[in-house]
Write a protein that binds this ligand. Structure first.
Ligand SMILES: [Zn+2]
Length: 113
């Protein structure tokens, strides 16, 4: 799984989630895209070695009716570096917990249906 996606959101839910993203994450210059910084204690060894590439982060995309959390560790400095890697199990867990927190703060149900 490369992305964790919740779709079929209504306009009100998207607006609530976006408000929380604006407060709790780092908005990018591109609309609908936010960064979640990854804490140092869960960085993979290669990312610790590449401190100069840091901070490392996850991308969150929000659209008209969906929100998507990407399981890929990125950095702000270099688009092509070996420290850009799929999330480790600990990093995945961190991102899922973050997603839950964002949904809870927004008052939007995490599990749908
Ligand atoms: Zn690097």
């Amino acid at each position: 799984m490369q992305n964790f996606v919740v779709d079929n959101l209504n306009q009100e839910e998207v607006a609530k989630l976006e408000k929380v993203l604006q407060e709790k994450t780092k908005p990018s210059p591109i609309g609908g895209l936010y960064w979640i910084e990854i804490p140092e204690n869960i960085l993979a060894p290669i990312q610790i070695k590449h401190k100069e590439c840091g901070p490392h982060y996850f991308a969150v995309e929000i659209g008209e009716d969906f929100i998507s959390f990407e399981f890929l560790v990125r950095n702000f400095k270099s688009m092509r570096c070996e420290c850009i890697a799929p999330a480790t199990p600990a990093q995945k867990l961190f991102l899922i917990e973050k997603a839950k927190e964002i949904f809870a703060l927004a008052g939007v149900h995490f599990h749908r249906g």
